[in-house]
Design a binder for this molecule. Structure first.
Ligand code: NAG
Ligand code: NAG
Ligand code: NAG
Ligand code: NAG
Length: 490
């Protein structure tokens, strides 16, 4: 899980909720960073508010709301460019106004730094609640129009009209950074679209195929052991007599109940999520955001999976789950699909899924799909096929599978999928990160270059540099800077 702007773009949002909700309630706020790194050393920027239209595409609708944004003027030199960090599917974390590679770029070129929170996330509430009817106003198109209006008005009020604006974002906001340049080329001079999925697809089984390869890159046996464990578990789920043991082994909050395929899929996906999350963020330098569990790595999980003293692979799989729960201070694991449905259909801004889960899954059902199913044979998990994901669109938002398929096709029609024609957009991706499968990993043209980084995970190039960074990551950050430098002269 993460705050923004490198989004969760998830494997799954549920565990995140439980993390926040079962723990000390809601967001735990910033944890102290590693020793020697003190966040108070840099003052948190104040939140500011921008008046935005509710519906950019209906001139007859004049309703307005307040969108949150942050400013960092510390590096700005008159005449310098404007860097705009795009918020995504969670609260915009002001920590990004103090840390992150974009600020080292800003310092070098004298940029003014702004970050705009995405509508419907964090404190940017366009409507009184998250009813499905109100979520109509949540879309990437509305979000891009928010960015455009923000860009125009801020330019006027701050005298920045002739400045060059550069958009940044990671994960879904990375896609927005690319699309902002694509759709509003007169407003955005260049974009850094990190770990950006640019191709929408209902079924995304490739995600778990990359998880297999990323585990195997640590240890060839590791994904085989994971597969063995999840197959065993799947087998045991067919026999209710095993449920007491499973409840105990995985420290479930209440006795396992499997009444439908949705129940078993939810449980199996939750456990797979342990691996998906760790692979996606492997060794990313995320501590400054207040993220927990950054010391759990592929190496650590594969170490546990290979530990024969723990018993058969099934027992090791359970040990991984208990390690994750310990790390996130979870007292027990809520494996109940009914509770998940209850949380996801709560439409209150105080609801358990309002941190972003209800909103983001809505966007997947109405724009992107991206469902990380077990439909490929070349991946380690079992039991959460595409239908399980698609049915949630109906259960949560009354979106049918036909509507979903059509919406996803329209998204690619609108944003061009992989076939982007533009200039001055760079697409960094990490080879460990499963999202690279929907990203640009080869140059489209010299003016639309890819930066494919071997051995790094989701958004690695955006996080603050540290001494143990892989040399190719250091080079990638430098390369992106050189591109920016060059583009700012054009
Ligand atoms: C439950 O676990 C115990 C101890 O590991 C084992 O002896 C027993 O056979 C298991 N029960 C079932 C139904 O699998
Ligand atoms: C991760 O760090 C926490 C606290 O810093 C520590 O308690 C835990 O044992 C560590 N876990 C691993 C797997 O190293
Ligand atoms: C939604 O969540 C809030 C906060 O947890 C809770 O007070 C409220 O009762 C929930 N609403 C429903 C309909 O469950
Ligand atoms: C669900 O959608 C269908 C068709 O799109 C509509 O006819 C129906 O009334 C909707 N149901 C609810 C509960 O909104």
């Amino acid at each position: 899980m993460a705050f923004q702007p490198c989004g969760w773009l998830l494997w799954k949002v549920t565990l995140l909720f439980s993390l926040f909700v079962v723990g000390e309630g809601k967001y735990k706020g910033f944890r102290k960073l590693s020793q020697g790194e003190d966040i108070s050393r840099r003052a948190l920027p104040e939140e500011q508010w921008f008046t935005q239209k509710l519906d950019h595409f209906n001139g007859a609708d004049s309703r307005e709301w307040k969108q949150r944004y942050f400013v960092n003027e510390a590096f700005y030199k008159p005449g310098g460019p404007v860097f705009l960090m795009i918020g995504g599917e969670g609260p915009a974390s002001p920590a990004w106004m103090q840390y992150g590679t974009w600020l080292t770029y800003a310092e070098k070129v004298g940029a003014l730094c702004l970050m705009l929170e995405h509508r419907f996330y964090g404190k940017s509430h366009p409507t009184v609640d998250l009813s499905t009817d109100n979520l109509r106003f949540l879309s990437s198109r509305q979000a891009l129009a928010d960015l455009a209006h923000f860009r125009v008005v801020m330019s006027e009020t701050r005298g920045l009209t002739n400045r060059k604006w550069v958009a940044f974002g990671g994960s879904y906001p990375g896609s927005l950074a690319a699309w902002f340049r694509l759709k509003y080329p007169h407003l955005v001079h260049a974009s850094v679209a990190t770990s950006a999925p640019v191709y929408a697809t209902v079924n995304f089984p490739e995600y778990l195929e990359v998880v297999w390869r990323s585990l195997a890159s640590e240890n060839a046996e590791c994904p085989l052991l994971v597969k063995k464990a999840s197959d065993t578990l799947m087998e045991r789920l067919k026999d209710p007599k095993t449920y007491d043991n499973i409840t105990k082994d995985f420290n479930l909050c209440s006795k396992l109940q499997i009444q439908t395929e949705m129940d078993s899929a939810y449980f199996l996906e939750t456990l797979a999520g342990n691996f998906m999350d760790v692979v996606q963020y492997n060794e990313d330098n995320r501590g400054f955001e207040g993220v927990m569990g950054t010391n759990i790595t592929i190496k650590g999980l594969c170490g546990l999976m290979g530990d024969t003293s723990l018993g058969e692979p099934y027992n090791r799989y359970a040990a991984v789950s208990r390690l994750m729960m310990e790390t996130f201070s979870l007292k027990c694991l809520d494996a109940s699909f009914n509770n998940y449905v209850r949380d996801m259909t709560n439409t209150s801004w105080d609801g358990p899924a309002a941190g972003g889960g209800r909103q983001w899954v809505y966007q997947t059902c109405t724009e992107f799909g991206f469902y990380q199913s077990t439909d490929s044979p070349n991946q380690p998990f079992t039991g959460f096929p595409l239908v399980y994901h698609v049915k949630q669109c109906a259960d949560f938002y009354n979106v049918s599978s036909g509507q979903l398929a059509e919406a996803v096709a329209q998204t690619n029609e609108y944003y061009a999928g992989y076939d982007i024609r533009s200039t001055r957009i760079v697409f960094p991706n990490g080879a460990i990160d499963p999202w690279h499968a929907l990203g640009i990993t080869k140059d489209i043209t010299p003016d639309l270059p890819a930066v494919f980084i071997k051995g790094t995970a989701h958004c690695a190039n955006m996080y603050p540099a540290r001494s143990e960074d892989l040399p190719q990551l250091v080079l990638a950050r430098d390369h992106i800077y050189l591109l920016l430098q060059q583009w700012l002269k054009q």
